[in-house]
Every structure is written in structure tokens, then in C-alpha cells.
Design a protein around this ligand. Structure first.
Ligand code: KG4
Ligand code: ZN
Length: 342
């Protein structure tokens, strides 16, 4: 079975095509046949964040050419099924991908599967590391920060926790902006932090008190603490070592994310942690996850950075597992859901 996946929830227009082989238990494997992504990230840079209207328009221009390129790359005329991100994401952006997916599924007369973007971030890992065992997944990007429990890709995913304010990647972008590092600031801040001392400033670890939720996150207090630190130094005419601030901030984010992920794995007696989302490209989040998983005897699975950011292959992979499990296709009347829960 060959499945096309379409992703348009944020600023990436992604179209991926996979071939699924395996039985109906939904534990088969996918081979990637095409992976095309058109990004509008550069158009948002001068605004310091994703502008929904610009993203929608960019999707509209990119969607059909990106689908055509993916079909050419895969060497096929049509897939056996079409899967698309139905939510969560930006309302106008989602509409473009969903309209295209419905139109092509109807024209090709193939089944249509509306899938959850977050599940796609977990599913994509199977392309590199094989069938997904029961796992805890930590998704961190500019738009989401979620701790999930996954028993199988064909079954509903359980949300253990999420951010109560900013997403982790968003915190990286906001702090990078505050430090004058441009947008998106995550990668620049990461590089700068390598030259700084992570113990230079003791920034707060949000929601880690004994009365706080075990699995939820909060990053807005940390962002404010960085702003206060910079302002008070400026008022006092004291120079700040930007690399030290970057490294200390990054350490606080990585510490809380990996601490809560390991807590979830341990509490639930699960042997595997999967990372996903664009911010898992962060060197400290990765290294601390590796250290802590090794110490706890937990297997860590992290897709390559290109698979961690939004793409169509992740949606194709999840759609293929759902289709293979015998689930009913979605009706062509399925509506986008910007706030879709897991
Ligand atoms: O998944 P993604 O491409 O898009 C969504 O937000 O859905 O993630 C992009 C986010 C941005 O906030 C970016 O700053 C952050 O991931 N990011 C990083 C790094 N690379 C990307 N954050 C910290 N360190 C990095 N190396
Ligand atoms: Zn995403």
C-alpha cells in the first residue's frame, strides 16, 4: 500500500509518500518514496514569528507543485490512500492541506484519512528505527510541547502533559529575540550556548515544585526571568555575557523537559522514550536526554533533525499505520480542528 501524507499545519508545506508493508496489526514498516517540503519560514523572519495569513497564502501557492514533485520523486501517478493533518495547527493553513487532500482523494477515488499532527511526529521515527514499541513521546517545537503515552500507532494516544503557556521552541525564539539573535532563534541560541557556562545564571525550573503537575510544563516564567536578568544588568550598567545567559537558559529548558520525560517513563514502567518536533534538534536537549536515559536504562529514539521538523512523510507514515489497522477512512466532510487534542 502506497500512502501520500500532506502537512500544512504551520509554515511547512510537506508532501511525503511511503510504502507500507506488514500485516493488519498496524505493526508493519514504511519505506520512504518521496519527501518534499516547501517552507515559508523566511517570509516570517522579519515579523519575529509565524504570521498565519502569510503561511496560508504560501501553502496555497506551494501545495499543488509540492504534490506533483512528490509524485515524480516516488515515480507513481497516484497513491493508494491520502492522509492529511486535520489538526492541531493554524486554521487557515490547515484548510489548504485538507482541501487539497480531499480534492485529490476524490479525483483519484482513493480513501482519505484525517490524522493528528502530533501522532505524526511519533510515527515518523519508525522509518529509521523500526516498529514502535509502547513508549513515552516528548514533542517539542515552536508550536507544541507535549508528553504523550503511546501504546501503538493505530490506537489513540494518551496525553500525559503539555505546556500551560509557551511552547519550548517558542521560548527559545522569544529569548533569542530578547538577546538580539534573530528569528527563528533556536539554532543560533544553541550554537552560542556552546561557548557559555550553563551554571552562570540560576534560572528557574518552571512547574517542578512538589505541588505542581507531574507532567505539565511552563516556560513563560523562565522567559521573564531572562528578561529581568538582562534589564537589571542594563540598568546597573553591568555587561552581560550573552553566551552564559544563552547556556543557562538552555540548560533550564533541557533540564525540565528531560526530567519530566524520564519521570513519565519511570512512573509508567515504559522502556522507550521517543523525541520529536523541531526543538529536539537542540544539542543540550539531546545530550541530556541521552545521559538520563542511559542512567535509567531507557532506550532513547530520536529521528534525524529533518524528520523532527514538520514534514509530509510523518503524516504519510501515521496514515499508513492507521489504514493498515483496518480503520474506516474519514468522510470527505471531515472538518479541520485547529485545537485538536491528541
Ligand atoms: O517543528 P518545527 O520545525 O516547527 C513547529 O514549530 O512546528 O520547530 C521549530 C522550532 C522553532 O521554535 C525553532 O527555534 C526550534 O524549533 N529549534 C530549536 C533548534 N532548532 C530548531 N530550538 C532550540 N535549539 C535548536 N537547535
Ligand atoms: Zn509539528
Amino acid at each position: 500500500m502506497i500512502v501520500m501524507g500532506i502537512e500544512s499545519s504551520c509554515d511547512e508545506t510537506g508532501v511525503g509518500i511511503v510504502r507500507y508493508t506488514g500485516d493488519a496489526s498496524g505493526t508493519g514498516t514504511c519505506e520512504m518514496l518521496a519527501d518534499e517540503v516547501a517552507s515559508s519560514v523566511d517570509e516570517h523572519a522579519r515579523f519575529g514569528g509565524v504570521v498565519p495569513e502569510i503561511a496560508s497564502r504560501a501553502h496555497l501557492e506551494a501545495i499543488v507543485p509540492t504534490m506533483r514533485r512528490a509524485l515524480t520523486q516516488a515515480g507513481i501517478r497516484r497513491p493508494d490512500a491520502v492522509a492529511v493533518t486535520i489538526g492541531p495547527g493554524l486554521a487557515g493553513a490547515l484548510l489548504v492541506g485538507v482541501a487539497a487532500a480531499k480534492a485529490y482523494a476524490a479525483a483519484w477515488n482513493v480513501p482519505f484519512y484525517a490524522v493528528n499532527h502530533l501522532g505524526g511526529h511519533v510515527a515518523v521515527d519508525t522509518l529509521e528505527h523500526g516498529p514502535m514499541p509502547e513508549c513515552v513521546a516528548l514533542l517539542v517545537s515552536g508550536g507544541h510541547t507535549h508528553l504523550l503515552e503511546v501504546s501503538s500507532l493505530a490506537e489513540p494516544i494518551v496525553e500525559l502533559g503539555s505546556t500551560v503557556d509557551d511552547a519550548a521552541g517558542e521560548a527559545f525564539d522569544k529569548v533569542a529575540r530578547l538577546l538580539g539573535l534573530g528569528y527563528p532563534g533556536g539554532p543560533v541560541l544553541d550554537a552560542l550556548a556552546a561557548e557559555g557556562d550553563p551554571r552562570a545564571v540560576a534560572f528557574p525550573r518552571g512547574m517542578t515544585g512538589p505541588r505542581d503537575s507531574r507532567y505539565d510544563f511552563s516556560f513563560s516564567g523562565l522567559k521573564t526571568a531572562v528578561a529581568r536578568h538582562v534589564e537589571s544588568a542594563q540598568r546597573a550598567g553591568r555587561p552581560i555575557v550573552v553566551a552564559d545567559v544563552a547556556a543557562s537558559f538552555q540548560e533550564a529548558v533541557a533540564d525540565v523537559l528531560t526530567m519530566k520525560a524520564l519521570r513519565a517513563v519511570t512512573d509508567r514502567g515504559i522502556g522507550t522514550l521517543v523525541l520529536g518536533g523541531g526543538a529536539t534538534a537542540n544539542s543540550r536537549i539531546r545530550s541530556l536526554a541521552e545521559e538520563r536515559c542511559a542512567a535509567a536504562g531507557v532506550t532513547l529514539r530520536v529521528p534525524t533533525p529533518r524528520r523532527c521538523t514538520d514534514n509530509g512523510v510523518m503524516i504519510a507514515t501515521l496514515g499508513a499505520h492507521i489504514a493498515a489497522s483496518g480503520a474506516e477512512p474519514s468522510p470527505l466532510t471531515a472538518a479541520t480542528d485547529p485545537g485538536l487534542p491528541v
